[in-house]
Write a protein of this length. Structure first.
Length: 217
């Protein structure tokens, strides 16, 4: 399972990258706004900065919702760096754009996916990644991890090559459950990744080992 970090914060990206476990980054317009990034040029610069830190796929989202606009934006984003994956919303024109990008060798991430039907369409269009938003489903009393399981099952049955990228992850248990469900990728905030380190018995055990070591000196 690949680990992506879900942020546009360079310090968080560096910290996760320094752990040696990072396979990529996802961003979206809300994450850019959260970092106070304003203006097209600064957004583009942030993508380049991220690509210069992480040796892995970096999702950059198109803003246009018409086919021509998505293609224009997506081609410009893809030209920034070989690691750029063009993130396209799950709408009718988005599916056409994904087909276009696939046919032209540009990697894509189909975003805002909330159903297995949408995931089938994304795979048929040749998306590199499909992003089901599990936290937002949980917020609406629908089990997001169930959707991951369902999509993984369908994709395996038909040998679809699209990778299931579990998004909208809120906590460490989501990561573990997505791993059990067979997600190809999880994209998580830094605190959810770091939360995987935690166990009180580890802390207690280490303190005891260090205390006992001092008795052997
Ligand atoms: C990543 O690709 C998604 O845009 C992101 O995980 C959405 O997360 P949220 O539901 O916490 O905004």
């Amino acid at each position: 399972m690949k680990f992506f970090i879900d942020t546009a914060n360079l310090d968080h990206i560096r910290e996760a990258n320094d752990l040696g476990i990072l396979d990529g980054v996802t961003t979206n317009p809300s994450l850019m706004a959260k970092e106070g990034i304003k203006g097209h040029d600064n957004i583009i610069q942030r993508y380049v900065d991220i690509c210069n830190i992480v040796n892995g796929d970096v999702s950059a989202e198109v803003i246009a919702t018409d086919l021509k606009g998505m293609i224009k934006e997506g081609e410009a984003l893809a030209a920034l760096h070989p690691n750029i994956v063009v993130k396209v919303p799950m709408i009718k024109e988005g599916i056409k754009a994904i087909r276009y990008f696939t046919d032209n060798g540009i990697k894509t991430n189909c975003t805002l996916v909330f159903s297995a039907g949408q995931a089938i369409l994304a795979a048929k269009a040749g998306a590199t990644y499909v992003s089901p938003f599990i936290g937002r489903l949980d917020d609406n009393s629908v089990d997001g991890v169930d959707l991951i399981e369902q999509i993984v099952h369908i994709y395996r049955m038909y040998d679809f090559q699209t990778q299931v990228l579990a998004a909208s992850i809120r906590h460490t248990m989501h990561i573990v459950k997505c791993a059990e469900a067979g997600a190809d990728v999880v994209t998580c905030p830094l605190d959810a990744i770091l939360g995987l380190l935690n166990h009180p018995l580890t802390d207690i055990g280490l303190a005891k080992f260090l205390a006992d070591y001092s008795k052997t000196k």
